[in-house]
Ligand binder design. Structure first.
Ligand SMILES: Cc1ncc(COP(=O)(O)O)c(C=O)c1O
Length: 485
């Protein structure tokens, strides 16, 4: 085969000369234009023909030699490696087709292919679950971050369970403020609540196991249990959250449930608060049926008219409860940090599972949060946010009552960071899309249901909104509902 002309190589200004020459030579070798055993011109001649420095040519030859494309023999020159396959031309022709390879994915991945991708693609005003980001205490946070970011001990590896000072500070906060009975060795730091739920699903559920879940309930939990192959049974709600009587009734009729996911201190998304007697009944039911309870305490810090309701986990000395929380709402979602409190006997198993699933959690933000809690900033921040969210809640409530009074019904109780409103007979999924096009986030209420007993309406996160945005949203909603959208 004839040696290609090196002078035909056209260099551009876009990339370094070395990278361009390297790609050209590699392509010629792979395409078979320079076949194995071919002798290359000397570096002096190549540099003259190409009009580039000899040093650049030498560096390219050295790199291609290290990669195995060329070989050099002292006193003889540079050759295309003889050991390369003769049909190397074929390498360029590899015809890998994804469609054929897809058949080789796991059953889990194939199941995912048929599901829509639901993501928090954008943080918009009224997107549920987003705290008031403008009110975040940046100065304090940044100063703590500066103190920690030069510490080399935070730049290496640490335990999978989570940074010990954070677990200690958190254990104290959870004991004092949330009534959780725990020690730092029962806490596992996770990548948000989502990883916490997935870990529970992995450790407590086998494929085909029955799981009870509030209906309507948190979509993230449904996804995690379904991904594990659980069979989900919707659990009815009463005005105050879980309907304990119907829970007792279904569990008499069928085989035992392995696990129940619930939000007893503030039902998500409808907002009921389970009274103490019902919470005790729930614990009793779980203990008798040998059913694990996953208690998602996602926003109980923000009750407006009374102190936060204490966690189910701590209502008795020993409870079959795995408690989980997240810094997404108390600090900010992009931290991607949450936590689990598990019975002491299970802590090691959770830590091992986490080490396989994700490895450790980022250390620097954990150290910052540890100080933020320890120095009292966390409690002060929560107090300020509670006051702020209460004002926003009142404002939005009032606007809805004044402007949308015959069109929507407010469901959620006075707590938290979102308001659920029922809008009867509406295509809430479409309504939510239209609102998104106009710059407002929301979630369609019907999408929180497991079965057909759907209420239609919207879940509106009000924490990350301004007065003007609340007024605009309510005016726009009024318009859209009138137009039957
Ligand atoms: C019920 C519930 N649990 C937990 C979370 C927090 O999830 P994560 O920590 O993965 O952000 C949310 C967030 O919206 C939620 O609504």
């Amino acid at each position: 085969m004839e040696m290609p002309s090196f002078q035909s190589i056209q260099f551009t200004d876009q990339l370094p000369l070395q990278a361009q020459l390297q790609t050209h030579l590699k392509d010629w070798i792979c395409e078979g234009r320079l076949s194995p055993g071919t002798k290359l011109p000397s570096s002096r001649r190549l540099s003259a023909e190409l009009g580039i420095s000899r040093n650049t040519v030498t560096l390219v030859i050295e790199q291609l030699r290290a990669e195995g494309f060329l070989e050099t023999f002292p006193g003889k020159g540079v050759y295309v490696a003889k050991s390369l396959p003769v049909n190397i031309y074929g390498i360029k022709q590899i015809d890998w087709q994804y469609k054929k390879a897809q058949a080789k994915l796991s059953d889990f991945a194939n199941k995912l292919a048929s599901k829509p991708l639901t993501e928090h693609s954008q943080t918009l005003p009224f997107s549920p679950g987003v705290p008031d980001l403008d009110a975040f205490p940046f100065k304090i946070w940044n100063s703590l971050q500066r103190q920690h970011q030069m510490r080399t001990c935070l730049m290496g590896y640490d335990g999978n369970q989570g940074y010990k000072p954070l677990r200690e500070a958190l254990a104290e906060y959870l004991r004092l403020s949330r009534g959780v009975r725990c020690h730092s060795n029962q806490i596992i730091i996770t990548q948000g609540a989502q990883q916490a739920i997935s870990l529970c699903a992995q450790i407590l559920i086998n494929e085909g196991d029955d799981v009870l879940i509030e209906n309507p309930g948190y979509m993230g939990a449904k996804k995690a249990f379904r991904a594990r192959g659980a069979t989900l049974t919707p659990c009815q709600l009463s005005e105050n959250g879980l309907d304990i009587n119907s829970l007792v009734a279904i569990s008499h009729k069928t085989r035992p449930y392995k696990l129940m996911y619930c939000t007893p201190t503030h039902q998500y998304p409808l907002g009921g608060i389970l009274p103490a007697t019902d919470r005790l009944k729930l614990l009793d039911w779980a203990a008798q049926n040998n059913t694990w309870i996953i208690e998602d305490d996602y926003d109980s810090e923000f009750h407006f008219h009374h102190k936060p309701v204490a966690a189910l986990q701590g209502m008795a000395k020993n409870t079959p409860v795995i408690y989980m929380g997240s810094f997404s709402k108390t600090l900010f979602p992009a931290l991607r940090l949450g936590y689990l409190v598990v019975p002491e006997e299970l802590a090691d198993t959770f830590v091992k599972a986490k080490s396989f699933m994700s490895g450790e959690s980022p250390l620097l933000p954990q150290a910052v949060i540890a100080d933020f809690i320890h120095d009292g900033h966390f409690i002060r921040h929560l107090r300020r946010m509670r006051q702020l969210y209460q004002e926003k809640w009142h404002h939005l409530n009032q606007l809805i009552q004044d402007i949308l009074k015959n069109k929507v019904t407010i469901i959620a109780k006075s707590a938290g960071m979102h308001l659920a409103v029922e809008i009867p007979h509406c295509d809430d999924k479409h309504l939510s899309i239209v609102l998104k096009e106009k710059g407002f986030g929301s979630s369609p209420l019907s999408s929180y249901y497991l079965d057909k007993s759907k209420m239609t309406g919207l879940v509106l996160g009000f924490a990350n909104t301004s007065q003007q945005q609340r007024e605009n949203l309510v005016a726009m909603l009024s318009n859209l509902i009138d137009k039957d959208l």
